[in-house]
Design a binder for this molecule. Sequence first.
Ligand SMILES: CC(C)(COP(=O)(O)OP(=O)(O)OC[C@H]1O[C@@H](n2cnc3c(N)ncnc32)[C@H](O)[C@@H]1OP(=O)(O)O)[C@@H](O)C(=O)NCCC(=O)NCCS
Length: 204
Amino acid sequence: MTTLPLPLGTERLRLRLFTPDDLDDLYAYQRLPEVARHLFRPPLTRDQCAQSLDRRAAAPAWTEDGEALVLAVCPKDEDRVVGETVLKLESARARQVEIGWIFHPAHGGRGYATEAARATAGLAFGALGAHRLFARLDVLNTASARVCERLGLRREAHLVENDLDGERWASEYVYATLAREWAAREGGSGPDPLTNGLDLPSVP
Ligand SMILES: CC(C)(COP(=O)(O)OP(=O)(O)OC[C@H]1O[C@@H](n2cnc3c(N)ncnc32)[C@H](O)[C@@H]1OP(=O)(O)O)[C@@H](O)C(=O)NCCC(=O)NCCS
């Protein structure tokens, strides 16, 4: 993998790899039922958080389908973790990357998730060479849908009862954007290597 430009800095936040010292902060939000509510799984135990930290400590090679890069999000001048963003390489061949975010509710409603997700999307389209970035979310997860919309992702699909959340059939939205659309809106990520910057349709 190209050397990642980590940590990422934004106006108010710093995004870095997790370390074993982050266990208390990670467990503080992953243990909450309201955080897990739309993730189609139970809250995590402390042991599960500790195991996940082992996997999160290093950046993946970014060559195999299913590899994930999870970033700890900290307020700029503190080392405490208030949430996380994740990029998952859905298809290495087609450069399809899934993005996700989870934040402690105590730090919600300040735009942190949107700010961190924007920086993470920039990393996906920049150093990680994504062609298309997408998010999948429970249709009931209105806060997450608003994050997608603030980022300019397009709602591309409404999957109906495609998953089971305990006893409830769950439906999902898929939101997405392409590298050239992101570059036109946000700038900086450069041309899609496959098209070499040529023949770019105008973004609606
Ligand atoms: C999804 C999740 C990250 C969204 O959190 P959030 O706090 O709504 O999102 P942000 O941090 O971007 O904050 C945005 C809100 O802060 C407000 N805000 C306040 N001050 C702000 C500022 N200075 N700058 C930007 N926004 C600000 C915005 O108006 C917005 O409010 P609105 O959505 O009511 O319009 C959070 O609900 C969560 O972690 N949920 C559990 C895990 C989960 O479901 N993850 C997604 C799986 S797909």
